[in-house]
Ligand binder design. Sequence first.
Ligand SMILES: C[S@@+](CC[C@H](N)C(=O)[O-])C[C@H]1O[C@@H](n2cnc3c(N)ncnc32)[C@H](O)[C@@H]1O
Length: 388
Amino acid sequence: MAQVRWAEDGVRQTARWHSENGTPAPARVIVIDDATGANTALRLAQPDTVLLWRGDFENAKHLLKAMDRRLQKRESRTASARDTELGALFHTHRAERAARAELLGKIVIALESDYTIRLRRAPDVRDACAHAYGPALTGDSPGTTLVSLSELIGVIGAYQWHRTGIHVEALGARITPAYGVFTPTRDEYLDLVMEAPFPDSAPHPVVFDIGTGTGVLAALIGRRGARAVLATDINPRAVHCAAENMRKLGVAELVSVVEADLWPTDPKLRADVVVCNPPWLPGTPTSDLELGIYDPASEVLHRFLDGLANRLTPGGEGWLILSDLAEILGLRSREEFLSRIAEAGLEVVGTHETAPRHSRASDTSDPLHAARSRERTLLWRLAPRSPR
Ligand SMILES: C[S@@+](CC[C@H](N)C(=O)[O-])C[C@H]1O[C@@H](n2cnc3c(N)ncnc32)[C@H](O)[C@@H]1O
């Protein structure tokens, strides 16, 4: 783990550096406290510099909110005259959010080796940090670790979700999400998986769930009468989370979960149904969580399509769940998608479609509202193309 060095009241200090999104360790640390206002913090937040908070914990959260408000105001001032084209709007919006997150990430907190925070009104984050980071961030020797306050707030929020769980109507049960794992907060696509018919050749199919996340689809399909489900994910946090969910839902005998890049490692394994809800938007992920959202140049989607025919039993089907948001934004075209299906030796044997029910679809303050309000989610039933 990288080290950070600075002087404070004439005393040399060192700490470890931790960043979930791979932000490199800063070269410079400036100590700030309750006397520091948002404008000063934004001025001090230079490249390679972090601002170490030594004041009241709640005040640090207020400072972060005040900085965020100022940055958002600047964004809306520059937004007015530009980007009526949706694709450009999406890229600008994502870049602005990333730039804002980078600046806000400069407010850092010292976490002790037992995950306590020695600040006034600091919450007890020991369990939340152990959930996100593992039993200790510190390796063999004790010491302080600097983490950004915004990351820590994300860790605390994720732990609250983890403790409460989310009720999944289609499952009639709660799923337990985890830090860094895609959480099925929008659930319309679960209904599509419930209504798609199993192939005639396999009324009790063997199923692969590719990119299982919390394992929600694996559990749903298991409950629908699958004979066995093999779920994969490239994110070790997802593998652990899904395996725990299968145990809690009592389907661990039916569903096994393994870490893999798309396909189960044994190339001989075949499934009657392969379900996949891949990341929906072409783009580069910047964290474990974004692995569930962004797919660089649709590479995961293309590899899924290219590999599918070889992984199906005769009569088997692939169920690919995709929103058309990328198409509406001009990041991928329907023609391009359909020709990739044909090039992979597949054909579409059916589609199931739904409109999103999540709150962002009707949020008119969202810069992408025009696109989100038109969005549809589809389940594409794909099969190897029959010989003509
Ligand atoms: C949109 S999320 C879907 C999660 C879950 N199936 C659901 O419907 O809630 C996509 C998932 O694919 C996983 N993923 C991304 N790239 C992958 C790859 N190359 N191989 C396996 N899983 C991958 C992500 O980690 C994430 O859990």
